[in-house]
Design a protein around this ligand. Structure first.
Ligand SMILES: Cc1cc2nc3c(=O)[nH]c(=O)nc-3n(C[C@H](O)[C@H](O)[C@H](O)COP(=O)(O)OP(=O)(O)OC[C@H]3O[C@@H](n4cnc5c(N)ncnc54)[C@H](O)[C@@H]3O)c2cc1C
Length: 81
């Protein structure tokens, strides 16, 4: 399973929780969930891929996923802009 942005988010949450635990004098025991949620964009359409320890789903190529990916991209980049 490749590391994509959703996995990076889950890892970042685990890192933040572990730093908070250390600061509070506790053991850093928070683990991240291995999970891939990604839209593969082919510019005219897109495919949803979902993988975790229990499921492996690759959806059909649909136009809606290209537009959803563009909406997510704009939403995510707004934070940094
Ligand atoms: C070409 C490409 C396309 C991709 N497309 C997608 C996609 O469509 N959808 C998707 O979900 N994921 C995509 N990904 C994957 C996604 O970008 C990564 O999984 C995600 O960015 C990893 O996040 P991260 O925070 O772990 O690492 P990064 O985003 O790499 O962040 C690490 C940060 O640490 C900084 N850094 C490194 N060393 C040091 C140091 N010594 N001191 C201080 N700072 C340092 C770096 O400058 C960087 O800012 C793509 C990746 C690539 C390369």
């Amino acid at each position: 399973m490749p590391k994509q942005a959703h996995q990076a988010d889950l890892q970042a949450i685990a890192v933040a929780a572990n730093i908070a635990a250390i600061e509070a004098g506790r053991e850093p025991s928070y683990r991240f969930k291995p999970e891939l949620v990604c839209i593969v964009d082919t510019l005219d359409a897109g495919m949803l891929v979902f993988r975790n320890e229990r499921f492996n789903f690759v959806g059909p190529k649909l136009k809606i996923f290209h537009w959803l990916k563009r909406i997510f991209e704009r939403h995510d980049l707004t934070t940094f802009r």
